[in-house]
Write a protein that binds this ligand. Sequence first.
Ligand SMILES: O=C1C[C@@H](C(=O)O)NC(=O)N1
Length: 359
Amino acid sequence: MRLRETQKIVLPPTADMHVHLRQGEMMKLVTPSIRRGGVDTVFVMPNLQPPIRTVERALEYKSDLQSIEPDVTYLMSLYFHAELTPNVVAEAAKAGLAGIKVYPQGVTTNSDAGVASLDGFDDIFEAMQQHDLVLNLHGEVVGTPAQGLTHEEAFLPTLKSIHAKFPKLRIVLEHCSTAAAIEAVRGCGPSVGATITAHHLYLTGDMSNVDPHAFCKPIPKTPEDRDALLKAATSGDSKFFFGTDSAPHPLASKSAQGMAPPAGVFTQPYATQLVLRAFEEATERGIVAESDVTREKLEGFFNKFGRAFYKLDDNSVNGPKIVLERKGEKIPTSIQGEEGLEVGISRSGDEVFSLRWEK
Ligand SMILES: O=C1C[C@@H](C(=O)O)NC(=O)N1
């Protein structure tokens, strides 16, 4: 597909398998923006304050989200913590939760209640494998990694060893940011997949270091790493599927003088559109061949691969469609909610496809 010249694309709805929808006023502001980005299914992160540690709380959170936006399917998760038991894992599976998310302690926003190491949790992994719950990994080590490795590269042996011990346990290495992570996931069996965000397809470390709105974890890396992600996302390999890791923070906290900005890039209202923009740029730079951006591959990355990994029904043929058309629409600076709440949107001012839904 010559993306640059394409005026209209019709696709099945996007599944966004990694979102932060928060709570309170932020949840009310962000949740209605899911469908604007062409998304009808989301895997919801549990790093609230306090984190979601019980099945009861996960189900309560799900019903809060449904009451704000009923036309989205919410896949819910628990927060992996030191007191998690195999019984809670069984209960979570029975209640239809989709996964359990690991945050290495101190690695990112609301990760203080995470675990310092993944040693000593084999009974939990065993129970997750038995009950077929997905293990979602924020794959970074905390502290200074050895031998000039990135925090993500230093985590990859942990991914490999959990996979070797529990080969049927479905694992997602979330928000891959390096060529090494892509290789590691490729080298694992079919039970291991990975999400790729929109923003890691266009940001690099030098941008992330100077712009608070581009600052996130994992930190975007080199142009070569970004290009490896672009190639994986357009490869048609079903191990790699979309998950925005869209992470809203109040504009005030992102721009506070003298303070380190909180990690997180907000892309939710333009989720699908921003990926298409990144693919377009990749074809212009010759990183991805125009012939590699086919409808089939777009459908795979946006819809089919993530849904298949989470064992959801195929809605790509009979379900509703999203229609993307070039109308000169530009991404606004922010979205605004009640009580002065405002969240900056990534790549504001850029021209993107306009999106509408078709039943
Ligand atoms: O893993 C994460 C968490 C997220 C957040 O803000 O919750 N922000 C990030 O940049 N990475």
